[in-house]
Design a protein around this ligand. Sequence first.
Ligand SMILES: CC(C)(COP(=O)(O)OP(=O)(O)OC[C@H]1O[C@@H](n2cnc3c(N)ncnc32)[C@H](O)[C@@H]1OP(=O)(O)O)[C@@H](O)C(=O)NCCC(=O)NCCS
Length: 195
Amino acid sequence: MGFLRDKCLIFPLNNETLKHCRPFSCGDNDLDDFFSRDANNYARQLLGKSYCFRLEDDMSEVICAFTLSNSSIDARNLPNSRRKKLTENIPHEKSLSSYPATLIGRLGVSREYGGRGIGTELMEFIKQWLLEPGAKAACRYLTVDAYNNIQTLKFYETNGFKLLFSSEQQEREYIGLSPERELKTRLMYFDLIFY
Ligand SMILES: CC(C)(COP(=O)(O)OP(=O)(O)OC[C@H]1O[C@@H](n2cnc3c(N)ncnc32)[C@H](O)[C@@H]1OP(=O)(O)O)[C@@H](O)C(=O)NCCC(=O)NCCS
């Protein structure tokens, strides 16, 4: 049982889909702008594919949207402790300099449908999707640059994601961000081997 599974259908989020839908708002202007204006070109440039779930009974209603891209976690520059944590379940002889991942570049749930478990159901869907036997490339981790606010971090933590860096200071050093600049996002990952 699930709202997305039982009441919605998935579509590519492109100009054709948008033509038939009412404006989508997840409450974050940058994300709303991206889905309504940029997602189509982003896909054409092969930078990320966007999808949305639409209500089966009213296809003009977009319930949630997300963007996925191929990515990787570069383990070489991680502090030792973080590298150990990341790869604790990978046999030693398989250690690589970087690990295959899929990045959730954008993700939002319609404001009208927030707080009902839809984001969590969407996350389950994405995890299962990446692990389908027909998938053409292996992907060990699901990653996200999560907005650095309590709600978003809690959302991803509830969904099994871990911070790649335990402290903001470590993350700033890794991405080369000076102390006076705001750390707007936190890198998080989910190990798909346990799914
Ligand atoms: C973040 C977002 C995707 C969550 O979607 P959702 O459907 O409301 O999430 P769920 O109902 O599945 O909530 C799952 C968990 O997330 C956390 N959470 C979600 N919204 C929260 C809020 N406003 N405050 C605190 N925790 C919150 C809670 O831990 C919640 O579990 P609980 O209900 O058992 O407490 C949605 O609020 C959204 O689109 N926000 C704007 C865009 C955004 O921030 N996207 C992420 C970009 S990285």
